[in-house]
Design a protein around this ligand. Structure first.
Ligand code: C5P
Length: 280
């Protein structure tokens, strides 16, 4: 029996916990064998320091506040532009990030029919962003269309599929969304669907990252929001881990927002997190 993402929803709850990672071994198309040890410097991103793995979101209401944050934290090399800023101020911030030679993550979480999602990904690629998100729940055809729409570009952004939002908990998934799978199984199902559709990686909670790394392989990019240092509050995030735990579990990048941007002294909070990561 071939285990592919389209078969997983039919499997009973607990199936993956029983199978562990043997599911991937049975899958006919698995390009990378599961590895118990994820190297801290994957071959495709050599010489990256752990602080280069932190992405800070510009979750602010206008361009002026965004520029103020860039000025305040010149040591941050990777910034995320999300819905709040993009809807209020458009693409200008992406040009500013390019001028300052920063990496950019356009997190608009596209969720639409294949034709629309493909067009949106192509349009977004004009901004020369490094990472771009779409929801895995848009489905196989939409994911494939998204990848196909940008594959002929010279340096297309890496596409990341959103699995399960890190603000959702198991109760909401079962009672409100009526998903008949355990949260971790559902996240894995969506990540596998994305991988099979040619998507470069996934956004997942740190609590799921070890399993996704083991099963999706080392070339699949894993980006974790829901990261909270021990000294900060959770806010609306549910499934959190500390930065060190998330990196050790196999994340490529961490998205850390309010613990830094909402801190009394953002520079100090940034330095503290970098220090915590320096020794792992
Ligand atoms: O402030 P905080 O660290 O919670 O910020 C997390 C960032 O990551 C936000 O910009 C949020 O939109 C984004 N995000 C998330 N959960 C996802 C995907 C993205 O929190 N599953």
């Amino acid at each position: 029996m071939a285990f592919t993402a389209d078969r997983l929803p039919l499997l009973p709850i607990g199936f993956f916990s029983d199978l562990s990672c043997t599911a991937l071994k049975l899958r006919p198309h698995s390009p990378t064998p599961p590895s118990p040890h994820f190297p801290t410097s994957p071959p495709y991103r050599p010489n990256m320091t752990n602080s280069d793995r932190i992405i800070v979101p510009l979750d602010v209401p206008d361009l002026e506040s965004a520029i103020a944050l860039l000025d305040l934290l010149p040591e941050v090399n990777f910034w995320k532009v999300g819905l709040e800023l993009f809807v209020s101020s458009g693409a200008e911030i992406l040009g500013i990030l390019q001028e300052r030679q920063k990496k950019s993550f356009l997190d608009l979480k596209f969720h639409d029919i294949p034709n629309t999602i493909a067009g949106a990904c192509r349009s977004a690629s004009r901004y020369q962003v490094d990472l771009l998100t779409l929801h895995a729940t848009a489905g196989r055809q939409a994911l494939t269309a998204a990848k196909g729409a940008i594959s002929d570009l010279l340096s297309p952004p890496k596409l990341l599929a959103i699995t399960v939002l890190t603000s959702l908990n198991a109760r909401e998934l079962a009672l409100d969304l009526k998903i008949p799978l355990e949260l971790s199984e559902y996240a894995l199902n969506l990540a596998l669907l994305a991988k099979e559709s040619g998507i470069d990686g996934a956004v997942c909670s740190p609590q799921e990252v070890a399993q996704l790394r083991r099963i999706c392989g080392e070339d699949f990019l894993l980006v974790c929001p829901g990261v909270r240092p021990s000294w900060s509050t959770k806010g609306d995030q549910s499934r959190v881990m500390t930065p060190a735990q998330a990196l050790k579990a196999g994340a490529d990048y961490l998205v850390i927002g309010r613990p830094i941007t909402g801190a009394e002294e953002p520079k100090v909070a940034w330095a503290k997190i970098c220090q915590e990561l320096a020794d792992i």
